[in-house]
Design a protein. Structure first.
Length: 189
C-alpha cells in the first residue's frame, strides 16, 4: 500500500484506462516528495484474468468483468447481428448463437424456425412472381394481338399468340398457396 514520504521514491504502479478503468499495464513511477500516485494508476496489483475477461479498477479495488468487445452477438428480438463495444456481460436480449435463417425466432433458449412466417413469405414471393409473369404475358399478347388485329401477323405469330393466351390462362389459375410445391408453367418460346 502506498505511503507518503518526504523523499523521492520509485514505485511499481498498475495503470488503468481513464474511461473504462481497464488494466493497461505496469510501470515504475517516480514520486516526488510529499506527493501521491499519478492519476489513473494504483499500487494494488491486478488479479490474473482468463481469456474473455479483463480487470478493471473500480472503487479502489480490482474487479474482473467479462469482455465480449469486438464479438458479434445476435439480437433475440429480431436475429440481427450486433457487434459488442462495451465491457461487461452480453447486451440484454442477445445471444452468441446465430440464427440459421431469417425465419428463426428465439424461444428463450434456442432459435426455432417460425414455419408460419416462412410459409407466408414464400406465398408472398410466389404471388409476386405470378404477377411478374402475368405482366410479361400481357406484354407479349398485346404485341402479338396488335399484329393480328392489323392483319400483319405471320402464321408463327398467330401460333405464338395462342400459346401465350393459353399460358396466361394456366398462370392465372395457378394456386400460389401450394408453395413450395407450385408447378410453374413453362414460358412459350
Amino acid at each position: 500500500m502506498f505511503k507518503y514520504s518526504d523523499k523521492i521514491q520509485t514505485v511499481k504502479v498498475y495503470d488503468f484506462a481513464a474511461l473504462t478503468g481497464e488494466y493497461i499495464g505496469q510501470s515504475d513511477a517516480m514520486i516526488a516528495p510529499n506527493t501521491g500516485l499519478p492519476a489513473r494508476c494504483t499500487d494494488i496489483k491486478p488479479p490474473k484474468t482468463q481469456s474473455g475477461t479483463v480487470a478493471i479498477f473500480k472503487n479502489d479495488a480490482w474487479v474482473i468483468v467479462e469482455d465480449f468487445r469486438g464479438q458479434t452477438v445476435y439480437s433475440t428480438d429480431n436475429g440481427l447481428p450486433v457487434v459488442v463495444n462495451e465491457l461487461g456481460a452480453l447486451p440484454a436480449n442477445s445471444t452468441r448463437l446465430a440464427p440459421a435463417s431469417r425465419f428463426d425466432r428465439w424461444d428463450g433458449e434456442a432459435w426455432v424456425k417460425d414455419e408460419a412466417a416462412e410459409l407466408l413469405q414464400q406465398t408472398q414471393d410466389a404471388e409476386l412472381q405470378k404477377k411478374e409473369l402475368m405482366s410479361q404475358a400481357v406484354l407479349q399478347i398485346d404485341t402479338l394481338q396488335d399484329a393480328v388485329d392489323l392483319d400483319m401477323a405471320s402464321e408463327e405469330e398467330k401460333t405464338q399468340l395462342l400459346a401465350w393466351k393459353k399460358y396466361r390462362v394456366v398462370l392465372n389459375r395457378l394456386d400460389t398457396s401450394a408453395v413450395p410445391d407450385i408447378a410453374w408453367p413453362g414460358t412459350p418460346v
